[in-house]
Ligand binder design. Structure first.
Ligand code: HPA
Length: 269
């Protein structure tokens, strides 16, 4: 745990109170609405948390919100840093260190993704069962401790996945599981790459989440992650792929995702 993380955690506690956040939530593109649902929440701009990622990507709302959501104490990260912004795969290390320093135990990550699985369409949700790190990058490079050899078997916690399936079922929402491929971006994939990733066993592709999962497992946090499908991946439909399209399509699945997460938090608390 860096000194900086401990200092920031002290500052955050002074502003938002001592209660540890049971669940940390990282909101992906177009999913920021959930942060506004937090009751009695204290919002701190990333800009006031030295070392937190700058507001890099449009469609994100770079604030940390602490408060109560459906009876569970949460820390909502309204924006994330991506590898493609500065070439740092450990760009989310400090926020996750801070979550750990605050006493967080569970991390739920959300993202927007393109679909390769033939049955996944824009507006669908996918619960990650596993991932393929096609980038070959790792946020733990340079980490000196032996703890860097993090096992990634069942990185996506089976108990959390069961709880999220129960939450989705209770809301009458279909939640399929699939494998997410991390592409470093910022350009989108080529159709040949998408065919290759599909052959490797990926169901969806995106530019985030995997480094955070690796870091969170390193920190001993339990992890789950959900994708909202915003498009068919490159070459799989006639629709042009763009960031504007991703932002426009994210709300399609966001409402369902919100209902699942609220129910999950209600049952978790
Ligand atoms: N590729 C990578 N990232 C994405 C996509 C995609 O097709 N859609 C949304 N995020």
């Amino acid at each position: 745990m860096s000194r900086n993380a401990k200092t920031l955690a002290r500052h955050i506690r002074a502003v938002a109170g001592d209660a540890p956040p049971a669940v940390g939530l990282v909101l992906g593109s177009g999913l920021g609405h959930l942060a506004e649902m937090v009751r009695g929440g204290v919002a701190i701009d990333y800009a006031d948390l030295p070392g937190f990622p700058p507001a890099g990507v449009s469609g994100h709302n770079p604030k940390l919100v602490l408060g109560d959501l459906e009876g569970t104490r949460v820390a909502v990260f309204g924006g994330r840093a991506h590898y493609y912004e500065r070439g740092q795969s450990a760009a989310m290390r400090l926020p996750l260190d801070v979550l750990k320093a605050l006493g967080g135990q569970v991390l739920i990550l959300t993202n927007a993704a393109g679909a390769m699985h033939p049955d996944l369409y824009p507006g669908d949700l996918m619960l990650l069962s596993d991932h393929i790190n096609v980038s070959g990058l790792n946020p733990l490079v340079g980490e000196p401790a032996d703890a860097r050899f993090v096992p990634m078997t069942e990185a996506y916690d089976p108990g959390l996945r069961r709880a999220l399936h129960r939450a989705a079922g209770a809301q009458g929402i279909t939640l399929v599981e699939g494998v997410y491929a991390w592409y470093p971006g910022p350009s989108f994939e080529t159709p040949a790459e998408i065919r290759a990733f599909r052959t490797l066993g990926a169901d969806a592709v995106g530019m985030s989440t995997v480094p955070e999962v690796i870091l969170a497992r390193f920190l001993g946090l339990k992890v789950a992650a959900l994708s909202t499908i915003t498009n068919k991946a490159a070459g799989l439909s006639d629709e042009a792929i763009s960031h504007a399209h991703t932002k426009a399509m994210a709300p399609l699945g966001a409402a369902k995702l919100e209902r699942i997460l609220r129910r999950f938090l209600r049952d978790h608390g």
